[in-house]
Design a protein. Structure first.
Length: 80
């Protein structure tokens, strides 16, 4: 599963982009980007990625500061 999406602040950044119709970009090295593109070209890869994203449990995301986590998810719950 995507390590980034186990962090509450990263979840909030994705949420903020989605709720403001902003673009969301992921920084990768050229090597990682090329591997990702090659992986996505394989048959079934997109469906596999969708399954991984669908299985994510955002509620289990963590933050170094517990109050940050609580505030992030309170904000998301109020908005969604």
């Amino acid at each position: 599963s995507p390590l980034t999406l186990t962090r509450a602040w990263c979840i909030f950044e994705v949420f903020a982009c989605e709720s403001t119709c902003s673009a969301f970009h992921v920084a990768m090295t050229e090597t990682v980007s090329a591997r990702f593109v090659d992986d996505m070209k394989r048959e079934g890869s997109v469906a596999s990625m969708h399954r991984v994203l669908h299985a994510l449990q955002c509620e289990t995301a963590e933050a170094q500061v517990p109050q940050d986590r609580e505030n992030i998810f309170d904000n998301i719950r109020r908005t969604v």
